[in-house]
Ligand binder design. Structure first.
Ligand code: GAL
Length: 655
């Protein structure tokens, strides 16, 4: 059974409200209640004085209503006394100074003092709750960001990481090419994190990219180490504990998720899909869901599901449209979520998030969102086997943290973004009703018919050999521009035409390139379709490959832009430009037809079709991710989907 959860903050409410709140949750069919993630200040009001009575009572109350608890370690919000008494626990900003206190997430993940305090509070929690049947799972911290702290401890940790990787300063200087701009390091004491120039804001492109890439790799592994530090403690007390952390994307939220999730049992995501729609963006919220499923290559949880209009981090968003709560929840389920915990029970009455709405408004009376939750619970009850199924995909898309870091550090062309490349391909697959696994680039590729490799700028020779093997064995591999540009140190490869190590399998090479920014040009495909391109134009020369599309307008008319090479039993496409949605949809449609893969050619725009199957049966989900009514023919029947509506077909009929 798919589990339903509620994010609840008992410490923020008068005791008299707990019983009716929790009783109501149970009555609505809630399975788990997530508590305590920010409650350190209440759990340890003074150094070493613990107040667990209230949490004991909350856990007991939840259990007495037949529900279980997801317990958060409260480390995102250390108490103010700790920061003030121990300034070495405070994170430093990119300007090399301690951050100002007063919001949240100020802890330095590497600080030994912070870790001592964190270890103590986690151990106190474990002594009380670990291994108890009431505890369904643990959540580590909250939305952990990549560790960009620049404090002396993190500087020392960065130095130690670089020393362990390179051994000597000579090796560091050689790997980073520090002869440029007299950047040679002659003493380990000179090595710092990249610090912004006063008054300039932080400009990653101004730093040595090889140094910057290693810095980001260090930050990612520091964050993964922070997660492991907590999972190790919990497992000391309960080796069978189920442990997760709630991830989220954007800004500094890119910690190298696959490394971070290695020590966790389940990947989780905070699912805040758009409440307004823009026609220009490849917006399908399904991309994030498929991305998170790839962290552990299995079904995942939603720790925070959109429960009301958002506030605090911006103006209050519009109210949730009809079907939005239920539709987005089912969309998450369709893409592999086995647990949905809603943010949050009731909208806070105090604090910065007092307008970040939960299921209940301040008025505390039933509303359209609580009714939508009840309807969702009733619907899920009709599909008890659903959690014993998972999405099945024949298409893989490779993601590499190195690529993310490198493109963020060095913008390649105005408007070019790694993330968009991924989303455009994902959008194309969704449009064809084809499921995609977004997986870490070094993953095993067995079983995939199509492997998409967007812009592997930092080119890992091992990944290249996996791709060659997959293509030789019969897969179609799609490689895009800016692949093969850099070596694993993050320096440009010299004396080998692009796409570098991938050129052999692509059967073509790039003669020159033009980063055209936001200008637009056209390509014409072998099927005589004209498609717009932008941002980047590789001028490609075919070696063994054939042309799939050439530029159509001056000055590049007639020059190949997209090629296809027969390689072993498979094919390798090289996409030397960046298109709009239509280009990717056309290309992926052509690949599906060429391979004879099941797909839907006339799916209405914005309608997603996904399948989950396994021991619990087979379920097909039809989701209308738009604000207009849509109709589609399924096995000869017309299925009408309301805006954000979901129809589900199972072995037993429609649900
Ligand atoms: C999430 C966060 C929650 C809450 C929510 C709504 O990013 O984990 O604690 O802040 O956003 O703004």
């Amino acid at each position: 059974m798919i589990q339903i959860g509620i994010d609840y903050y008992p410490e923020q409410w008068d005791r008299s409200m707990w019983e009716p709140d929790i009783a109501k949750m149970a009555e609505m069919g809630v399975d788990v209640v997530r508590v305590a993630e920010f409650a350190w200040g209440v759990l340890e009001p003074e150094d070493g004085r613990f107040e667990f009575g209230w949490l004991d009572d909350a856990v007991d109350l939840i259990a007495s209503h037949g529900m279980r608890v997801i317990l958060g370690t409260p480390t995102n919000c250390a108490p103010r006394w700790m920061y003030v008494d121990h300034p070495d626990t405070v994170q430093w900003d990119r300007d090399g100074r301690p951050t100002n206190l007063g919001i949240r997430g100020h802890r330095c993940q590497e600080s030994a003092t912070f870790r001592d305090y964190a270890s103590r509070i986690i151990r106190e929690m474990c002594k009380r709750y670990a291994g108890r049947p009431e505890i369904a799972a643990w959540q580590i911290d909250n939305e952990i960001e990549i560790n960009h702290c620049t404090c002396p401890t993190c500087t020392a940790a960065f130095k130690a990481w670089v020393k362990a990787r390179y051994g000597t300063l000579d090796a560091v200087n050689a790997a980073w090419g520090t002869e440029v701009w007299s950047g040679q390091l002659t003493d380990w004491g000179q090595l710092t994190p990249p610090l912004m120039r006063q008054g300039e804001g932080f400009q990653p492109d101004w730093y040595n990219p090889a140094y910057y890439l290693d810095y980001e790799r260090f930050c990612a592994s520091s964050t993964a180490g922070y997660v492991r530090f907590q999972t190790d403690i919990i497992r000391e007390y309960d080796p069978d504990a189920t442990i997760t952390t709630n991830t989220c994307f954007g800004g500094d939220m890119m910690p190298g998720f696959h490394e971070e999730c290695a020590s966790l049992d389940v990947a989780s995501y905070d699912n805040y899909p758009p409440v307004t729609f823009s026609a220009d963006e490849p917006h399908s919220n399904a991309f994030g869901l498929d991305f998170v499923r790839g962290f552990k290559r299995r079904d995942f949880w939603i720790m925070e599901e959109l429960g009301g209009q958002m506030g605090c981090w911006g103006p209050i968003s519009p109210a949730l449209a009809p079907n939005m709560l239920e539709g987005y929840s089912l969309q998450a389920v369709a893409h592999g979520a086995d647990l949905l915990s809603f943010f949050r029970w009731r909208t806070a009455s105090t604090g910065a998030e007092m307008f970040c709405h939960g299921l209940l408004d301040h008025a505390n009376i039933p509303n359209s969102r609580t009714r939508a939750l009840e309807s969702l619970v009733a619907r899920l009850k009709t599909m008890p086997g659903l959690d014993d199924t998972e999405p099945v995909s024949k298409v893989a898309m490779l993601y590499g943290a190195d690529q993310e870091f490198s493109f963020r550090d060095q913008r390649q062309s105005d408007g070019f973004a790694y993330w968009d490349q991924l989303r455009l391909f994902h959008d194309a697959c969704m449009n064809l009703g084809v499921g995609v696994d977004v997986i870490e680039q070094s993953s095993d590729l067995a079983g995939y018919e199509v492997v998409i490799v967007p812009s592997m700028i930092v080119c890992d020779p091992e990944v290249v050999s996996h791709l060659e093997a997959a293509a030789k064995a019969g897969a179609t591999v799609v490689v895009t521009c800016r692949s093969g540009v850099k070596d694993m140190n993050g320096n440009c490869v010299v004396g080998r035409p692009l796409p570098g190590l991938l050129a052999d399998m692509c059967g073509c090479h790039v003669l020159e390139y033009d980063p055209i920014g936001r200008a637009r040009r056209q390509v014409r495909t072998v099927h005589d379709t004209t498609l717009a391109v932008t941002s980047w134009c590789d001028l490609v020369e075919c070696d063994t490959a054939g042309v799939w599309a050439s530029y159509e307008d001056r000055p590049y008319d007639g020059i190949p832009a997209i090629t296809c090479n027969a390689y072993g039993k498979g094919f390798v496409y090289y996409v030397g430009t960046v298109g709009d949605r239509d280009l990717y949809r056309t290309l992926m449609g052509s690949i599906m037809r060429e391979r004879g893969m099941a797909h839907l050619d006339d799916l209405p725009a914005g309608v997603e079709v996904c399948e989950r199957s396994g021991e619990g049966g087979t379920y097909r989900f039809f989701f209308n991710d738009t604000m207009d009514e849509k109709g589609l023919m399924v096995d000869g029947h017309l299925v009408t989907l309301e805006p954000l509506g979901m129809a589900i077909e199972s072995d037993e009929g429609w649900k």
